[in-house]
Structure formats: structure tokens, C-alpha cells
Design a protein around this ligand. Structure first.
Ligand code: M6R
Length: 613
């Protein structure tokens, strides 16, 4: 999806802008461009293709100036070519008054285009964005205040936008505006930045202010000013990114995905820090904004989420029902928002989202709020739209997740849900010793994950057995069923091998028809309550000449004996087994994709944050 970076400060803008675009590359794009201002001299450089192509262009044709905007485009209106790449310019009669970069979709662009053409504005691209540039330019004919001109143009736009705007009449000034597409301001020393994702600007500053819908910001090197279109001037909330300076660097890893898989022991430590209270055998959360009394009244929990977050929610369902004896339903956010799901006044609605910007999940949250329900969010990105709009919630503290294939965020979500199950359980019938046992189990996880990660060479070898497969089945029971779903999603996302996850016992009701020697069956079967019942399913696959790969407890001879490939995880209490069992599946997907030569951090057709319906 498109990315925006803007800069004004003491340094040359172009290198800062290009480095920012590089950090957004993982989001997927097909062209890149920038515009800079050197006093009132505007320079535009853009290219279809990778950011590297833009860098090559800049080597021969520089873009001087200490102020600028840049963009990576993911084509919607008009094909990916140099002409349609952003920035787009606005003005008529040969006067260029403004350069604009835009994320989002302008739904009324055709009508606006006709109107502007009839007034002498010429169009040079097929994009919807060019109407924004001309609308702002038209306002700049009657005011020289860019901030004002953007605010006058905004009400004409229908659809979604995050904007970065500069004008030769306002050297050193960058204006940003948001409606539906994320935008964040970075507050540095003698410099200010604008971005669609804090990842782009994190190396410059940890102080950020997230724009909300209808807000517009003016940045100069030493100052920034924010207004809401209807409510006037606002004092923004400044958030602090609790990221290490190198959090968005590869740091010697071949891909972000493998870096983030390997970070998981530390992720769990960070997610659980300060949230375990041994003296009461429970968990504590700062931001739920609901008292124990209110939470005890809850009779039902609904989780709404998408993709990997939906899988984490399913683990949460099993855990909360097991530890807190509370009915849980897990909904696809995209379905929930339009479905007439009955919710009574004792239903608590949670949404889960790594990015906090997923349009479907945000829609589900807004629908639940509209119906008057208290809404809570489990989110990774501090200050994101979902985090702000929910009535309360829990941050994952997993640090920035750059890999499109979510890994450490899943683990952090499952860890939070384990703590939530403990907390809700202790508000109900879960005994003190049983609560302590959960705490003991969680505290072991980082060290046990370290053990799992040591098996990577074995997993890399196993990947060779499925790298040429066309299809794979992932099977797990109880808490491991969602883990199987997540393993299958990881494989299909980055290696493009078709994969399906099923509850193990469901296999005999249909999927078993697929089993032959070309179809790997990956069983998630650590020792636990349903372990014995799964062994017969392994036998069934063996009997049909299928390839059995299993993730099991390290000394489990029964499972190992039935498997062609056995991937061990350490012995651990059942409630934390999903946190361990998912890691071999993440590593398996990674190494299969690597062996198939796939672009792991930029998988085809996918975006890290899906901000469209
Ligand atoms: O940011 P979110 O957690 O709301 O994202 C939800 C899904 O789009 C996301 O989990 C997606 O399925 C990932 N690519 C999974 O790896």
C-alpha cells in the first residue's frame, strides 16, 4: 500500500526521504517519487519500479533542498508508470503552485476532474490524486497560505486521504492532512517529519503525534501547528515510541520476517513486563478502563479481527473458556461489521489488530460502539486509530513489526490473551494455585522459545521436503487448531503454496481425500489432553502414503515414530504450548519461501496494513 514521508529541517531532504521510503518498502508498492524545495525552486523526481530506481535517477539528477515530500505508490487509478507516480503538481496557465502526495482513494475524482478541466486545469496523469493538487492550487490563487488552502480544499474531497503537500510559495513548509489514511508527525530537534507509518521516521525521533480524521498540520523546521477542520486549533497528544533505535533495521538478518521470528523471546518479556502479579496470582492491565465489578458482570466476550489477529483471537477463545469459563465468540471483523450479530448489554467486544489501522477491524469497532457497547482493543501500534477510538485496551509492546507476514505480533497477542484469560479467570472461579501455575508457565516461555529457535537448522532441512509441494494440510486440535490455521496462513502468504488448516479430527470428514505422497500433512501435536486421540490421525495419513511432519514434545517417541519429520518443542504446560508450537511453523514457512526464491518481506499482492475494505 502507498507510503508517505515528508521532511523539513537542517539536512538535505532527499536522502532522508529516500531512506524513509526504503523503510516503507515492505508495505508493497510499484513506483516511487519525491519533490523538494530549495527556497522557491521545486524539483520533482519519480520513477515506476523500486525505490532503487528513484535513487539511480537522483544520482544523475539531484533534488536539492531541505524540505520535501515523497511517496511509494500502489496503483489504483491508472497503471504503474512514471507519469502516474506521485508527487502530482497543481496549477493552471503554466503556474505550478503545489506538489502533492496522497494515500487513499478520492471517490468523486471524476466529477472534480470535469469541473477543474472546464476551468483550465490540465491533467497529466490518470490518477485521482491530481484533482487534489489542482484543488489546492486553485485556492492558492486567492491566498498565499498553504495551510489555509489545504483546509479550503478538503471539504470538496469524498473518500479517504492522507496528504503531504508543499508549495514553492512556502519554502520550508510541509502541510499534512488526514481523512481515513494514517498520518503521523515526528517531532525532532530542529526538524519535523511526516509519515504514513512511524516506521519511516523512527530513526529520527521517538516523539510523535498521530493525526485524526479531519485534522491538518503545518510543519516548519522549528514549529508545528495542528487544526481540526471543524473544531479549529488543537493541542495534539504527543506519544513516545518505545522502540529501540535499531528496531526498524535489519541488523544482520536476511529478512525482517526472520528477525522478528528470532525476537520472540524478548517480545514475550516485553509484552508481559509489569503485568503479572504473583501476590494475587493474577494479571494486571493499566488501560482496560473497566472495574473488576464491571468485568464480573460480563457474560460473553466477542473478538473481532482479521488474518493472523483472528487466529490469535481463536487461541484466546480456547484459553478464556478454559480458564475463565466465559463464552467467547470470534468473528471476522469484515463480517461482524455488516452482520446483524446479536449483542446483549453484558457482551464485551474486543478488537485485535497489530497495526491498529485495518479498515475492517476499525469498522467492526465503530459498529460495536455505535450500538452502545464498551469496546476494548488489543493493539500493537501506539496511537493508531483503533487504539484511540476504543474505550480501553491493551498494548502488545512487541515493537514495530515490519515483515508483512505477522509473527511476533501473533505471539504477543497470544501472550496478552493468556494474561487476559488468567485475569478473567481469577475474577471468577480460577483458584489461587491454578492462577500461580499459569504465571509459572508464562514466565518459562522466553527461555523455552530460545530452545525452539535452536532447532532452526532442522526446520530448514525439513523445508526441503515441502518446497516443491502444491498443497499442504495443517492439523491441530483444541488450542493447536488456531496454531495450525496460522501455520497454513504463513506458508501460503510467503511461499504461495496452497495450504489449509483444519481441526485434526475434521480431516476424515473431507480433507483426507487430498492426502497422497505429494501432500505434506503438518500435525501440531504436543503432549496434552487430546494427544492420544491425534495419533490415529497420523496413522491414517501414513496409511495413505502421505508425508507426516509433526511438531511435538521433544521426547515423544510415539509421535516421532509416526512422522517422517519430527520438529521438537520443549515440554510445557498446555496453556503456553501455542506460543511454542507456532514458532517451528513460522520458521518452516520462512525456509520454504527462501528455498523457492520468494520475496519474503514483500510477498506478492499483500500489504502490511490493509486500510481499505
Ligand atoms: O494489523 P492487523 O493485525 O489488523 O492485520 C490483520 C491482517 O491483515 C494481518 O494479520 C494479515 O493476515 C497478515 N499478513 C498475516 O501475516
Amino acid at each position: 500500500m502507498c507510503g508517505i514521508v515528508g521532511y523539513t529541517g537542517a539536512h538535505e531532504a532527499a536522502p532522508v526521504l529516500v531512506a524513509g521510503l526504503r523503510r516503507l518498502e515492505y508495505r508493497g508498492y510499484d513506483s516511487a517519487g519525491l519533490a523538494t524545495l530549495d527556497r522557491d525552486r521545486l524539483t520533482v523526481r519519480k520513477r515506476a519500479g523500486r525505490v532503487r530506481a528513484l535513487e539511480e535517477l537522483l544520482e544523475s539528477e539531484s533534488a536539492p533542498g531541505r524540505c520535501g515530500i515523497s511517496h511509494t505508490r500502489w496503483a489504483t487509478h491508472g497503471p504503474a508508470n512514471d507519469r502516474n507516480a506521485h508527487p502530482h503538481l497543481g496549477g493552471r496557465g503554466g503556474a505550478i503552485r503545489v506538489a502533492v502526495v496522497h494515500n487513499g482513494v478520492i471517490e468523486n475524482h471524476a466529477a472534480l476532474r470535469r469541473e477543474l478541466e472546464s476551468q483550465g486545469f490540465e491533467f497529466h496523469s490518470q490518477t485521482d490524486t491530481e484533482v487534489i493538487a489542482h484543488l489546492i492550487a486553485r485556492e492558492l490563487e486567492t491566498t498565499d497560505d498553504l495551510f489555509e488552502a489545504v483546509q479550503r480544499a478538503m471539504p470538496r474531497l469524498e473518500g479517504t486521504y492522507g496528504l503531504g503537500v508543499i508549495s514553492p510559495s512556502r519554502p520550508g513548509e510541509v502541510v499534512g492532512a488526514r481523512f481515513g489514511s494514517p498520518l503521523v508527525v515526528g517531532l525532532g530537534e530542529g526538524e519535523h517529519l511526516l509519515a504514513s507509518d512511524p516506521v519511516a521516521i523512527a530513526p529520527h525521533t521517538a516523539q510523535v503525534a498521530f493525526l485524526q480524521d479531519g485534522e491538518v498540520v503545518r510543519l516548519t523546521p522549528h514549529d508545528f501547528e495542528m487544526r481540526h477542520l471543524e473544531h479549529g486549533p488543537i493541542t495534539p497528544r504527543i506519544d513516545r515510541l518505545d522502540w529501540k533505535p535499531d528496531a526498524v533495521e535489519l541488523g544482520g538478518h536476511a529478512h525482517y520476517m526472520i528477525k522478528e521470528i528470532r525476537e520472540q523471546p524478548e517480545t514475550i518479556v516485553n509484552t508481559c513486563r509489569g503485568r503479572l502479579r504473583r501476590s494475587e496470582a493474577t494479571a494486571v492491565f493499566g488501560g482496560l478502563n473497566l472495574s473488576p465489578r464491571q468485568l464480573r458482570r460480563v457474560r460473553r466476550v466477542v473478538f473481532a479481527a482479521c488474518g493472523t489477529s483472528w487466529h490469535a483471537a481463536l487461541v484466546g477463545e480456547y484459553l478464556i473458556e478454559r480458564l475463565a469459563d466465559l463464552p467467547v465468540e470470534v468473528e471476522y471483523a469484515s463480517e461482524f461489521r455488516y452482520r446483524n450479530a446479536p449483542l446483549d448489554d453484558r457482551t464485551l467486544v474486543f478488537v485485535l489488530s497489530q497495526s491498529g489501522e485495518t479498515a475492517d477491524t476499525l469498522g467492526a469497532l465503530r459498529e460495536a460502539k455505535r450500538r452502545g457497547h464498551p469496546t476494548l482493543a488489543i493493539v500493537n501500534t501506539v496511537g493508531s486509530t483503533i487504539a484511540r477510538e476504543a474505550d480501553g485496551g491493551i498494548y502488545l509492546h512487541a515493537g514495530p513489526e515490519v515483515g508483512v507476514a505477522s509473527t511476533k505480533a501473533f505471539s504477543a497477542q497470544v501472550a496478552v490473551l493468556t494474561l487476559l484469560a488468567l485475569y478473567l479467570g481469577r475474577l471468577r472461579h480460577l483458584s489461587f494455585p491454578d492462577g500461580l501455575a499459569v504465571i509459572d508457565a508464562i514466565e518459562q516461555v522466553p527461555a523455552l522459545l530460545g530452545e525452539v529457535l535452536k532447532t532452526e537448522p532442522l526446520i530448514e532441512e525439513a523445508a526441503g521436503r515441502i518446497a516443491s509441494a502444491h498443497s499442504a494440510l495443517y492439523l491441530g486440535r483444541d488450542l493447536h487448531y488456531p496454531v495450525a490455521l496460522e501455520g497454513a496462513l504463513k506458508l501460503k502468504e510467503i511461499s504461495y503454496i496452497h495450504a489449509e488448516g483444519y481441526p485434526t479430527a475434521e480431516m476424515k470428514h473431507g480433507p483426507i481425500a487430498l492426502v497422497d505422497r505429494h501432500t505434506p500433512c503438518i500435525f501440531v501435536v504436543p503432549r496434552g489432553s487430546l494427544h492420544a486421540k491425534t495419533l490415529s490421525n497420523l496413522e491414517e495419513v501414513r496409511a495413505r502414503d502421505g508425508l507426516v511432519i509433526s511438531v511435538g514434545t521433544e521426547d515423544d517417541q510415539a509421535v516421532a515414530g509416526l512422522s517422517q519429520v519430527f520438529l521438537p518443542i520443549p515440554e510445557a504446560p498446555e496453556v503456553v504450548q501455542p506460543l511454542l508450537a507456532v514458532v517451528p511453523l513460522q520458521l518452516l514457512a520462512y525456509h520454504v519461501a527462501r528455498q523457492r526464491g520468494c520475496d519474503i518481506d514483500k510477498p506478492r499482492n499483500l500489504a502490511k496494513s490493509v486500510t481499505v475494505e
